[in-house]
Every structure is written in C-alpha cells, then in structure tokens.
Design a protein around this ligand. Sequence first.
Ligand code: 5GP
Length: 185
Amino acid sequence: MPSRLTVLSGPSGVGKGTVVARIREAYPHIWVSVSCTTRPPRPGERDGVEYRFVTREEFARMVEAGELLEYAEFAGNLYGTPRQPVLDHLAAGTPALLEIELQGARQVRAALPDAYLVFLAPPSWAELERRLIGRGTESAEVIEQRLARARVEMAAEPEFDAVVVNDDVGHAAAQLVGLIEAVCR
Ligand code: 5GP
C-alpha cells in the first residue's frame, strides 16, 4: 500500500530542525527527505545527510528539469525537495517526512493534496520571541524583521491538519511520530 506524505512546517525559530534530527536518530523507520540547498554547510553538517549542498547553477538546473517537488528562497538561500526520492518512498509504503518552511508547505499542498500538514508551534508567543531575540547579536532592525515574519508565519496555523507544540524536543518528536503512524496506517 502506498504511504502518505507528512510535512512538518512552522515559524522559524520554533525548532523544526531539532525535532527532525531527533526523529532521524530515534525513529529510523521514518524516512526523512534530504533537501538541496545553496546555503553553505554549518560546522558538523555532512553533504547528503542533513542537506545536499549545491551551487545556484545546479539548483537552477534542477528547477528547470522539474526535479523539485517544491522550493523556496529563505534568508537569501534556496532550498528544495527532490521529487523522485519522495515518490519512491511513498510508493514503497515507507512513512515519509519533509521539514520545510511555509511557502514550500503550501506548494506541497497544491502538488499532493493528500499530504498531511503538521504545524510545529512554540509553547507561547513569548517563548518564540525569546528564541528569536536570543539567537545572536543582530541589530534591532534585523530582530524586528524576524519578529514580523514570525507573526505572519504564526497566522498560517489554521491551514494545517494538525498542531504539535514544541514544549520539549523528545515529547514533540514522539507526538509527531504518533501522528505519522496514525495517518500511514
Ligand atoms: P536552515 O538553513 O536553518 O537549515 O533552514 C532554514 C529554513 O529552510 C528552515 O525553516 C527549514 O525548514 C527550511 N527548509 C529546509 N529545507 C527545505 C526545503 O527543501 N524546502 C523548503 N521550502 N524549505 C526548506
């Protein structure tokens, strides 16, 4: 039986990457898509594991060739989901998960109406604000832009099929896996 695609999205700063890293490590029966990105690797990131790191030229070629299920620009870099591995895993009946930002989640909804969209929410607006401000040493202007974007992203919650609150990474990962298993049954 073919499986159903789950998409995890939510505001930046909510901890999507951390929840998905926990799923990769603790729930290996769930296949997690490896996105392509033009962003340079961060320390510790391995090509082909967290991301496939590509040039802008290679990314443009993939878009042109229709190889991406969805893609978006985020903070000056391009990110996209290779289509074929997703379709192959779904056809084989493997539960499959994407972790992408909001514009990408909307494109998946349009391309695969059966996809199950999960919104990762912060425990509260104050907590998200704390995480976005506490990240570094950016100017007040950069922080204000980030908060404005987060407010818009938070307003998208009603577009989703389910909400998981990221109060604790282990708890959120377990809850997401429970939802994935329920919809793939
Ligand atoms: P980061 O650079 O911090 O790893 O990711 C930045 C943002 O890009 C995060 O919100 C992450 O969810 C999103 N992202 C990662 N891969 C993809 C992708 O393939 N498509 C889209 N649309 N967003 C992605």
